[in-house]
Design a binder for this molecule. Structure first.
Ligand code: 3PG
Ligand code: MG
Length: 399
């Protein structure tokens, strides 16, 4: 593969796989969060500045059967133009076929063409060879900048690479920086390394927890998944979230942690509510003695203090998953406290990486995005990277 920054794109038609899978408002179809689009701009600009042209391909959402207006990438055209300083964006309403081919072939240096949603073809997700080959014909250099989709072995993310000679396929700047920061945390973390893992379900986080037991000094567990751990240890968790079929898994994780000398921190107290709503009756409780009918929706003040102490001594921090139901004002204090502590530790010299849709939304909402070292555009991709898996989108370029 070639190194992106050393490559001169003058006169080249660069086919870039981006992850423009951004959330759209259901009614207005306006973009609710353009982080992923902004993140791809430096790659696009470098190619245009070199005197190359750009063909952008992406998926959007999970269309089931062919084209659907609400998943059309045409809704991104105007905003993409704004992000590229008003540059006009051409749009092909199909990602393969004659129109796309003609528009791609006619591109002049400095032009940008956006293709319609790749997932309007089932062949994309199936990793179909013929489909990948058709896409590959649109450009003469392939750039993969879609870190958010790197865990999918799809036609445009993985299969397509082999249709380009080795020196004509490469990672874009976003992919390079994502991989560099994830590798830094996974393979050369300065100690103490503190991982903060939240979210609703233990089942989603088993593999990352198991892999982190080998690497992290401290693992802070928050969010709904913490209550499965408390229940597994014989605690009384009231109506809190619990995955009954994961109680043994939780026990095993605790046992392995003891073996590996990794310290797992569970929130000793909780903010509890009598229903899952902002207008619920709210109280606080020890997390192992929650009254019947009440549920833990955030960590309590003792846990906030305890977690803050652990985070402040860290030199490396990985944060994936929210600590409480931060979307509701009454239960956002814990997640906000964690965000503050991570920002403070970063200011003191720690390297902090935040990833996973919800935790990224939280740092954005609380205004801490520029106070952490790196905010990943990857949700599932970031998770799988830290589970120790090889991501197909990365492997295909390296092969
Ligand atoms: C994501 O948002 O997780 C990526 O864009 C991949 O999308 P997917 O989960 O629908 O494959
Ligand atoms: Mg996903």
């Amino acid at each position: 593969m070639s190194k992106f920054s050393d490559y001169n794109f003058a006169g080249q038609r660069a086919l870039i796989r981006v992850d423009f899978n951004v959330p759209l408002d259901k009614q207005t179809l306006e973009i609710k969060d353009d982080t992923r689009m902004k993140a791809a701009i430096p790659t696009i600009k470098k190619i245009l500045n070199d005197g190359g042209s750009v063909i952008l391909m992406s998926h959007l959402g999970r269309p089931k059967e062919g084209p659907e207006d609400k998943f059309s990438l045409k809704h991104l055209v105007n905003h993409l133009s704004e992000l590229l300083d008003g540059k006009p964006i051409q749009f092909a309403d199909d990602c393969i076929g004659e129109d796309a081919q003609q528009k791609a072939a006619a591109l002049k240096p400095g032009d940008v063409l956006l293709l319609e949603n790749l997932r309007f073809y089932k062949q994309e997700e199936k990793g179909d060879e013929a489909f990948a080959e058709k896409l590959s014909k649109l450009g003469n250099v392939y750039v993969n900048d879609a870190f958010g989709t790197a865990h999918r072995a799809h036609a445009s993310t993985a299969v397509i690479a082999k249709f380009f000679p080795k020196d004509k396929r490469m990672f874009g700047l976003l992919m390079e920086s994502e991989v560099a920061s994830a590798q830094k945390v996974l393979h050369s973390a300065e100690k103490p390394f503190v991982a903060i893992i939240g979210g609703a379900k233990v089942s989603d986080k088993i593999l990352i927890l198991e892999n982190l037991l080998e690497k992290a000094d401290d693992i802070i567990i928050g969010g709904g998944m913490a209550y499965t751990f408390f229940k597994a240890e014989g605690g009384k968790i009231g109506a809190s979230l619990c995955e009954e079929d994961r109680l043994d898994t939780a026990k095993e994780i605790m046992a392995k942690a003891a073996e590996k000398n990794a310290c797992i921190h569970l929130p000793s107290d909780s903010i509890i509510a009598d229903k899952f709503a902002n207008d619920a009756d709210i109280s606080s409780s020890v997390s192992t003695d929650i009254p019947d009918g009440w549920m833990g929706l955030d960590i309590g003040s003792m846990a906030c203090d305890m977690f803050t102490k652990v985070i402040l001594k860290a030199k490396t921090i990985l944060w994936n998953g929210p600590i409480g139901v931060f979307e509701m004002e009454c239960f956002q204090h814990g997640t906000k406290t964690i965000a503050e502590a991570v920002a403070k530790a970063t200011e003191n010299g720690a390297f902090s990486l935040v990833g996973g849709g919800d935790s990224v939304a939280a740092v954005n909402q609380f205004g801490f995005a520029d106070k952490v070292s790196y905010v990943s555009t990857g949700g599932g991709a970031m998770l799988e990277f830290f589970e120790g898996k090889t991501l197909p989108g990365i492997a295909a370029i390296n092969e």
